[in-house]
Design a protein around this ligand. Structure first.
Ligand code: FO1
Length: 313
């Protein structure tokens, strides 16, 4: 039986895993619940980076080397903007603008983000379900030695240089899971947490009331792919953030972080096979090629199935 799979994802690493899953599952068996804590309004435009990265990745339009934005992008808008002294710290490609302008227009007409994303996915023949974690505003805010920064000012404008002391998700307490999110979790045969940054890309999802409880109570096994390889984070600020938050950069720390919802952890074979305190398996979890993405997706689903089978039916 082909499992119905739900994957929690954010950022570039998460999109890689989802692409691997999309190669081995029928589209109707795959649902991605996507972080929207990175979302912000820039030059009056509603930007949803993790949603867009996933839409580009699943439709084959992604600039794979860069991780975000489109392949073959042009930048005449940014060139013109600079001649007018516009804010140019956040690059908006000419093609990318189509998503931001249409999303902003639809939001202004009262369309919920989930509907906008579903329309984009349909237009680009993206088969798997791409669900924002919520349709309500949630903003990841970082308390740093340079004051409080929103995610994009930390991640892009300041290139993750500031020392982070705390993270909060503004609006999360009032946010509701987007339509179909809780149902997808309840109906899933396997639930995966992608190797995204736990603190910046997955925690906002878990902060939306109802989602963590749904994961903890799900019939499906919940398996995370560790974002740590060889004692370091594969990409982005994960390891730096863990050090600044006083968290050991270990798989045990990852398992502990997710303990309220986690049943299994897929570790990288380069890491010491120390028991992370939860059922685990090891694999080569580095994802450079499409085959890598498929390998990691398969290994995660095998671990989820083993855990499910070991449970009293
Ligand atoms: N990341 C950058 O490092 N520099 C940018 O100028 C930039 C622009 C950008 C525009 C649209 C978009 O969807 C994403 C963009 N990103 C950029 C990436 C973005 O900051 C991250 O992908 C996520 O927010 C974190 O994964």
């Amino acid at each position: 039986m082909t499992p119905r799979v739900v994957v929690l994802t954010g950022g570039v690493g998460g999109a890689k895993l989802v692409l691997g899953l999309a190669q081995i599952l029928p589209p109707s068996n795959l649902t991605a619940i996507v972080n929207t804590g990175d979302d912000f309004t820039h030059l009056g435009l509603a930007i949803s980076p993790d949603i867009d990265t996933l839409l580009y990745t699943l439709s084959g339009k992604a600039n794979a080397a860069q991780g975000w934005g489109r392949e073959g992008e042009s930048w005449s808008f940014m060139s013109a903007l600079r001649t007018l002294g516009g804010a140019d710290w956040f690059q908006l490609g000419d093609g990318d603008l189509a998503l931001h302008i249409l999303r902003t227009d639809a939001r202004a007409q009262g369309q919920p983000l989930s509907q906008i994303v579903a329309n984009f996915a349909q237009a680009w023949n993206v088969g798997p379900a791409v669900l924002p974690m919520t349709n309500d505003p949630v903003a990841t805010m970082l308390t740093t030695d340079e004051g409080e920064l929103d995610f994009q000012h930390y991640f892009v404008a300041r290139r993750c240089a500031p020392v982070v002391r705390a993270i909060r998700f503004q609006g999360a307490a009032q946010a509701r899971p987007a339509p179909c999110v809780l149902a997808a979790i309840a109906q899933a045969d396997a639930i995966l947490i992608a190797p995204s940054n736990p603190y910046l890309s997955i925690d906002p999802i878990l902060a939306v009331p109802g989602i963590a409880a749904a994961l903890a109570g799900a019939k499906a096994a919940v398996v995370a792919i560790s974002p740590i390889v060889g004692g370091q984070a594969v990409k982005g600020p994960t390891a730096k953030l863990m050090a600044e938050l006083g968290i050991a950069i270990t798989n045990t720390a990852i398992a502990t972080h997710y303990r309220a919802v986690l049943n299994g952890l897929l570790l990288d074979e380069r890491d010491p096979p120390a028991d992370p305190g939860v059922t685990f398996a090891t694999a080569d979890t580095l994802m450079h090629t499409l085959e890598d993405r498929i390998r990691v997706a398969r290994a995660a689903l095998v671990l989820a199935e083993q855990i499910s089978k070991s449970r009293p039916q």
